[in-house]
Design a protein around this ligand. Structure first.
Ligand code: MOS
Length: 688
């Protein structure tokens, strides 16, 4: 059993999130969003705003301090008069109260020279180009063998295009920051997934040294990638605090989040599968089209999982992207793998149908023995075990040939399966472990708990490495003043942090042993850095794998889809904190269900804006949508990726879920929905 070290704080409300912290003489800043999708700011008239009592400043492109380090144009706040997308922050009002700041912001008169905008992603867009790399820095295109020839001569072929819409993360806690200057040093209480990285990035934008920015993130109310990097609100808070000489609170509103905190780029994905009559793949092709902004390039890497999922001698994957007048897309839980595996795993289901094979059997038949492109051995690859275990637990009955025959009253029943995967990686991190003469242990690392239970997991691994109980260990995280660490992202938190924590704790234990247990009056402290260990990792293909099984029922009259059962079986290395891991996995699966049936950010082509500015318009799965949900982890040990033996579980839960549900909907209705989400109208329109 592991202790829930911050649970009581959260349920009693003692835990404070960034903007909730009391700050003396705090001022508030409210941003003015651009009212056009593209063009130039002609002038800004702040006189009415400044006339309001309690207004401290109005920041505009005319008077904003110059920012020296603005490589990231999303953070180059008020440095240009060009508008790149509707909703971009173009000015801001600072006042003594939040209400006054909001009122003042509404009185700032911005006049624009509008220009025609283009916000519509199409497969034939003339602006499509090949980016130098795809997120985070992976190869844009890959090719092995001769895809075209092999596909042309394949006995069985699938050629289908799948689309996914833009989606928004919408964590419960919106992005929020308190900024306070002490001379030339800046302290930020910020809702971030990574205090160390945020401090470095903010320092770079403001032209400060690495030690001049401190970022504290004690509790964070979700992130999913949206809080993996500082957003405009952080720079705005810092700027307003500088100008007013006061601490400044800046909370992004739910409505503003649609524009300024990133979105998952919509995708248009063509998948081609060529196979023999026995279902063995000979050719795999995956061509992805996506969008980025004019400010910054971000290419969602949706074809990357297709590079390692299934054996085939001939393979090609490509990514193309177009710069549109939209906000910059960004990280959203399992960027790449999540939309990409909707396409690949739907196509595998279509192939199974064409070959007359059980889709579980089809996947088992195409297991590669080594990475199909690089030839590297897998550190562990237990997809087959996940599929078999899942089929047994789910009561998977194979496939009856005719869809639409399992009917109970108005409800059509069906089941579906899809595979899941996510890279298993670790990044260099540092940690400090100390013991006092009184025998109290303290472990420090700039990790972040974004609601995942990181404190619980790290306290458990520290206690185990020290050979003491969790109650003997005081863990401090969430502060860039602590030893620098990887962000809570890329499903790399636990593997990266536990590596540094265990290394420090083992060294401390060794130091205590070397003194025969005699701790000097001043205590003992050791520092660990995993940079050399991570650099020395042997070359392996390292992935978490999983299998997702879904049961659906579809109302034949209304098209309503219910999901009575979802089962995910995962091989994710050693599970460090089982209760927290289960929560992460069922959370990811819930988000996958939400993606399958509800989530969609609709772009208004005329105004150039994502339409949904609240959670009434942007639909996410509610409790009533989630019925039976089960996540199971197989026993697995990852021997090289750090001493905890852990892989990652933050993202794999969302991967494949939407395909499993779409495949089940097809099984139930005979209707193949290739464009997410599976709205009611899509089932009714095509109902035979
Ligand atoms: Mo995750 S999208 O790397 O926070």
């Amino acid at each position: 059993m592991t202790a829930r070290v911050d649970g009581p704080d959260k349920v009693t409300g003692r835990a404070r999130y960034a903007c909730e912290r009391p700050a003396e003489r705090a001022a508030y800043v409210w941003a003015v969003p651009a009212a056009i999708a593209r063009g130039t700011i002609r002038s800004v008239d702040a006189s009415q705003a400044l006339a309001l009592p309690g207004v401290l400043a109005v920041i505009t492109p005319d008077n904003a301090p110059r920012l020296p380090g603005t490589g990231d144009q999303e953070l180059a706040l008020f440095q240009s008069r060009e508008v790149a997308y509707r909703g971009q922050f173009v000015a801001a009002a600072v006042a003594q109260t939040l209400e006054t700041a909001r009122d003042a912001a509404s009185r700032v008169v911005v006049s624009y020279e509008p220009a025609p905008h283009d916000v519509t992603l199409t497969a034939g867009h003339p602006g499509l180009y090949k980016p130098e790399f795809v997120n985070p820095r992976q190869q844009t295109d890959t090719a092995t063998g001769d895809f075209d020839a092999a596909y042309a001569t394949a006995a069985v072929r699938v050629d289908a295009t799948y689309t996914t819409p833009a989606e928004h993360n919408h964590p419960m806690e919106p992005h929020a920051t308190i900024a306070q200057w002490h001379g030339d040093t800046l302290t930020l209480h910020d809702a971030t997934q990574g205090p160390s990285r945020a401090a470095g990035q903010v320092a770079a934008v403001l032209g400060l040294g690495p030690g001049q920015v401190r970022v504290i993130a004690e509790h964070v109310g979700g992130g999913f990638g949206a809080k993996g990097m500082p957003r405009a609100n952080v720079i705005l808070a810092a700027m307003a605090a500088r100008i007013t000489g006061r601490p400044v609170k800046c909370a992004v509103t739910r409505a503003q989040m649609a524009a300024v905190t990133g979105h998952r780029a919509p995708s248009i994905q063509r998948v081609r599968l060529g196979a023999g009559p026995d279902g063995r793949l000979t050719a795999v092709g995956h061509d992805v089209i996506g969008q980025t902004s004019t400010l910054k390039e971000f290419t969602e890497q949706s074809a990357v999982a297709t590079r390692h999922m299934y054996a085939a001698p001939h393979r090609r994957t490509t990514h193309r992207v177009v710069r549109l007048d939209v906000p910059t897309p960004s990280w959203m839980r399992a960027p790449g793998e999540c939309p990409g595996m909707f396409a690949l795993e739907s196509a595998m289901d279509e192939l199974a149908q064409r070959c007359g094979l059980d889709p579980v059997e089809l996947r088992l038949r195409n297991e590669p023995s080594v990475h199909p492109e690089t030839g590297q051995p897998f550190s562990s690859r237990n997809l087959a075990a996940c599929l078999r275990e899942g089929a047994a637990r789910f009561g998977w009955a194979g496939r009856d040939p005719a869809p639409g025959v399992r009917r109970a009253g108005r409800w059509l029943g069906g089941t579906g399966v899809a595979a899941s995967t996510y890279p298993a990686r670790a990044a260099a991190s540092q940690a400090r472990a100390s013991v006092s003469a009184a025998g109290r242990y303290q472990v420090r690392i700039a990790a972040a708990d974004i609601g995942t239970g990181a404190r619980t997991a790290l306290t458990a691994v520290a206690a185990e490495a020290l050979g003491v109980t969790a109650a003997d260990v005081e863990l401090r995280i969430g502060d860039s003043a602590l030893p620098p660490a990887m962000i809570a992202g890329g499903s790399m938190g636990t593997a990266s942090w536990s590596w540094a924590v265990i290394k420090a704790c083992r060294a401390l234990r060794e130091a205590i042993r070397a003194r025969d247990g005699a701790v000097p009056p001043g205590g003992l402290t050791v520092h660990a850095d995993t940079a050399p260990d991570v650099a020395a990792l042997p070359g392996r293909a390292r992935y978490t794998f999983g299998a997702q099984f879904a049961e659906v029922r579809v109302d034949a009259d209304t098209g309503e889809v219910r999901v009575p059962r979802l089962l995910g079986v995962f091989a994710a290395g050693r599970i460090v904190a089982p209760a927290q891991a289960r929560s992460q996995l069922i959370g990811g699966m819930t988000m996958g269900l939400s993606m399958a049936l509800h989530e969609e950010s609709t772009m208004d082509p005329q105004f150039g804006d994502y339409l949904h500015h609240d959670l009434a318009g942007y639909h996410i799965a509610a409790h009533a949508d989630v019925l039976g949900l089960e996540a199971v982890c197989l026993a697995e040990d990852e021997p090289e990726l750090g001493p905890a033996g852990a892989k990652g579980i933050g993202e794999v839960g969302i991967v494949g879920t939407a395909a499993a549900i779409a495949n089940a909907v097809h099984h139930a209705t005979g209707i193949r929905v290739r464009d997410l989400p599976i709205r009611l109208d899509k089932l009714l329109r095509r109902n035979p």
